[in-house]
Structure formats: C-alpha cells, structure tokens
Design a protein around this ligand. Structure first.
Ligand code: NAP
Length: 303
C-alpha cells in the first residue's frame, strides 16, 4: 500500500515524494503504514529544530521486514520507526539495544549506525512517551498509584518497564491470553522490585477493582469493542488512557467517561515517543506541545 496518489514503490523503498538532497533520511516501517502520523510529526520537529531531515513511510512486506530495513539502509536511511507488526522482529535485528528495549524485547526505533559505530541500535520509546504524556502533559503523579495495564503485545511490553520506573504502588498487567501477561511480568519482576512496585499478572475477567490509572494497550478498539474489562476496574475520577486515538479510541473513551473516569487518547503518547526517537537520532529534543496541538487539530478537522 502506498500513499494515496503515489505509485507503489518496490518493497523497502520510500513511497513519498523526494525533497532536498541534503536531508538525512528517516522513515516509519510497518504493515499497514499509510495511516501513520509519524511523517506529520517529524516534519514539524525538523522544521522547529532546524534539522535537515526527510521522513517517509515504508510499507514492509509481512514476510520481508529485514529485507525492507536493509534496502532502506542501503538507500541512505539513517534511522526508522517500527510499527505493527514488526516491533519484535526489529528487536532481533538490532546489534545493540537500550535497557528499556532489552526489557521489552520490542523495538520501535532503530538507529542505523554503521559497523564502525557499533551497528544498528534499537530502542523503545513507547513507554517513556506514555509516562511523559501522563506526568508532563496530563499532570498525573504515577508514584504511589494503582495502575491497570491492559494488553501484553508490543505496546504493552514497551510501556510496562517505564510505567514501573515511575514507581506506582501496584501494577496489574491483564491480557486476553493470561500466559503472555505472566511471561512479561516474570521478565519485569526484578525491575519492579528495584522500583518499589508490586507487579502481578491477570486475565481480563478478574484484573482487580478501583484502579487509579487504567491504560488500554490492547487493540480491542479496532474491532469496535467498547472495553476489554468490566467497569469495576475503574473508580470515580480514575484516569483512563487508550493508546489509540481518533475514531478508533472513541468507544473505549466514551465507556470510561460513562463510568465517571477521566479519559485520554494516545495522541500525546504518540508525539512524546516520537520526540524521544528524534532525540535518539539527532541528539536534540523538540518542543512537543505545538506539534501535539497541530496534530490534534489536523485529526479533528479530518473527522
Ligand atoms: P499487538 O502486539 O498486536 O498486541 C495486541 C494486544 O491486544 C494483545 O495484548 C492482544 O491480546 C490484545 N487484543 C487484541 N484483540 C483483543 C480483544 N478483542 N480483546 C482483548 N484484547 C485484545 O499490538 P500492539 O503493538 O501491542 O498495539 C496495541 C495498540 O496500541 C494498537 O492499537 C496500536 O495502534 C496502539 N499503539 C499506540 C501507540 C501510541 O503512540 N499512541 C504506540 C504503540 C501502540 P492477546 O495477547 O490475547 O492476543
């Protein structure tokens, strides 16, 4: 799938129009990828910070992620974001990984350093993006909270470590397939202990009651389902966050509000995780507030 109005390119090569030659090349790789807002965000970060960056979308074949990254690197790509369903495959491709990526065993940012610089570096900025959105943008103090995290896929794995590092009193990870939650919890047990957080795994039917913060990192909203858990998981004034945004997130957010919770979509996290990726690649930290405002206006204007 390519951008509307553009011819499809060969797998692994960018499908958007060519800008100035001097710019360094970055992209988001995924399947599907046409919906990605990352080019919008990174174009604004680049303009704001004066960085010569070109950022495209690359549709990677479902059975050809590694080839797509190699083709992108050979075409001059300096780094990429990785989205569904390739975050676990990207982790395996990285020669070096950050501690948070190692813990998640999932990578959403690759910096395509050459062999002399140590090879491809993999990071995971989803979790720090979520925590910055909650604490920096929404003004929530996670320390001491009771947190319910729904979902043990790539996104759940990415946010678990940074959520624990924010030192909640308790975090329950609940997943449709409880064994996946149990495996993630097992891997994070020492990390949770180091940050003074009680950590437990659960199924979606009995995750516990009355949480202060509920994070939906499942893709259940994609099927139009309102909520993967019973309302007893909330209490009046709970903060409920869906990592999705736009129309897809609406049923879950409406459900949360109907049960007295404050609801927040995943747009803030999206911009914050992108800012952290930009920092990994370029060493500069963009101002996220104007970009989040512009993105929200763009999405709400397009409804
Ligand atoms: P994934 O690896 O495919 O995992 C999907 C997760 O959703 C699994 O835990 C799965 O449970 C669960 N699930 C799927 N359908 C369900 C249903 N009907 N009821 C209950 N649980 C269900 O996907 P992902 O990478 O984790 O992404 C999850 C969501 O987060 C996506 O919608 C993505 O767009 C969003 N996201 C947003 C941001 C952001 O910056 N805002 C960043 C990353 C991801 P099982 O294990 O039982 O299959």
């Amino acid at each position: 799938m390519s951008e509307p109005g553009l011819p499809p390119g060969p797998p692994g090569l960018p499908t958007t129009a060519a800008p100035a030659l001097a710019a360094d090349l970055y992209a988001v790789l995924g399947n599907p990828v046409a919906h990605s807002r990352s080019p919008f965000i990174h174009a604004r970060f680049a303009a704001q910070t004066g960085q010569a960056v070109r950022y495209d979308r690359v549709l990677a074949p479902l059975d050809g992620f590694e080839d797509a990254v190699r083709a992108f690197a050979a075409a001059g790509g300096r780094g990429c974001n990785v989205t569904v369903p390739f975050k676990f495959a990207a982790c395996a491709l990285a020669a070096r990984r950050s501690e948070r990526a190692e813990l998640a065993q999932a990578v959403n940012v690759l910096r395509l350093d050459g062999p002399a610089a140590g090879g491809w570096f993999g990071d995971n900025t989803d979790g720090i993006g979520l925590v910055r959105d909650l604490e920096g943008n929404a003004g929530v103090v996670l320390r001491g909270c009771r947190v319910l995290l729904l979902g043990a896929g790539g996104a759940g794995a990415g946010v678990l470590g940074p959520l624990l590092a924010a030192r909640p009193a308790e975090l329950v990870l609940a997943n449709r397939t409880p064994q996946r939650a149990a495996a993630l919890v097992q891997r994070h047990r020492d990390w949770a202990g180091r940050h003074g957080a009680r950590l437990a795994a659960a199924g979606l039917d009995e995750p516990g009651r009355g949480f202060d913060v509920v994070v939906n990192a499942t893709s259940s909203s994609l099927g139009g389902a309102a909520a993967p858990v019973a309302p007893g998981a909330l209490r009046p004034g709970s903060l409920v966050v869906d990592l999705m945004y736009g129309a897809a997130a609406q049923p879950f957010l409406d459900w949360a509000r109907a049960h007295g919770a404050l609801a927040r979509d995943g747009l803030g996290m999206l911009v914050e995780q992108a800012a952290e990726a930009f920092h990994v690649w370029r060493g500069v930290r963009p101002d996220t507030a104007p970009v989040l405002a512009a993105l929200r206006a763009e999405i709400e204007g397009g409804r």
